[in-house]
Design a protein around this ligand. Sequence first.
Ligand code: ADP
Length: 484
Amino acid sequence: MNRYRAWILALALVPAAILAVGEYWSTRETDALIAETWNRQVDGILYSLNQQAYDWAANRAGDLESRLRRGEPAAGLPARGSIRAVLDARALRGLGLTEAEAEALGRDLGQGYRRFISRPGGMADLLALGFAVDTGEPTPRVVGFLIDKNRFIAEEMEAALRLVGSQGLGVGIFAVVDGAPVFRSRPFEVATTDIRRPFWLMPDYELAIDTEGDRLQAWARARLWRSLGLIALVGLVLGGGLWLVFKTVRRESELARLKSDFVANVSHELKTPLALIRLYAETLELGRVPTEAKRLEYYKTIGQETERLTHMIRNILDFSRMEAGKTTYRFAPTDLTALLARLADMYAPVFERAGARLTTELPDTEVVVEADADALTEALLNLLDNALKYGKPGNRARLSLLKDPIRIQVRDEGAGIAPEAIPHLFDPFFRAESSLVQETKGAGLGLALVKHIADAHGWPIGVSSSPGAGSTFELVVQSGVTNR
Ligand code: ADP
């Protein structure tokens, strides 16, 4: 059984695992591809923003260069837009531009590239931008702009930033030191995005992009959730199927075991009394019984064993009829008080012969209900039979008819029933696994019949039992009650 279980588990789980891993990898690959495409795209956007700022500065520097070539004095040149002032080399040095940096600017210009070096402009919001110009002199001159940063961003960058922002992305310029926003196309914090690049022209600022709400990202996320959901669903379906298979296989094999036990039990039970009857009958026939008392005892035993066989065969026949759905019940007004009294009269001697006692607790009035008297008698006989079989020697059993609500109880002082056996008691062929039960004769059909009869009447049946202290079976009579 355990081997089968492992196989079934492997059969169902291996494909599920392969599917899950495959789906996971394909999702990861797609995600990587999306991320790569995305990064390239975003890089492009940020690069072009940086480029735009650089171009602006380069244009202005070019303008200044032409003016200087024409001999206009640097300091006297008019400030325009976000350029507050034009600075000469000395002013730049005053703002912290080193000699080495100034030389480097000249060298780069000689190689055809105009570099800008920025320094804080002395006041907040001001930035000094140093660069070299070729004025026709033997060495390039270093000059600079004093730029109003806020105005520069508003006049030169904002339009481009807004354009990017209109395409579903958030874009912004933030201070590097504390992440304070300088410009944002929509509210977002620089800390919540990883797409950040230095702002070339103004190193104390950075550019950032927020992808929240982007369609591609949203699609990728939705896809991931869909895949995960699908995997979970497949897992659930497989797990559910597995569970069902388990249950069915377990039930089937349990049933097969119960049936084979049943056949063994029944054969044993038919053989023993038959052997006994034959032995006693032969002994009597041969006249080998010495005393009259002994002879009477033999007759009694033959009678008892025949009774037991009849009961057993009736149970089997009833059960097979019940299984085939051919049982018919005939309901009629039945006085339970009288029925139980008759039953106790009939069965008390059986208890006495076995050294036990059967007492009753019956009302003094009639309790008339709609019932099939024969079937009910059969059910109660089975309960009494169990009370006797599973009772201790000297056991006192009690058959009661109680009111409010009306119910029939069969109580014994036997070994009781283990709690784990209780849910299966009424299953066909079920016999609890205890030494007492093993020693006791039975086919495990009695309670299944009782349950069938109770169901046919629409009466709930319950059992309460504490191991060692006995059991109580209770039929709750619910319908058709007429009290007289
Ligand atoms: P059988 O008595 O032929 O085994 P039943 O269907 O009547 O079959 O009972 C099923 C099982 O329930 C018994 O094998 C026994 O383990 C348990 N059982 C039933 N009645 C009692 C009882 N009064 N006390 C203890 N165990 C009981």
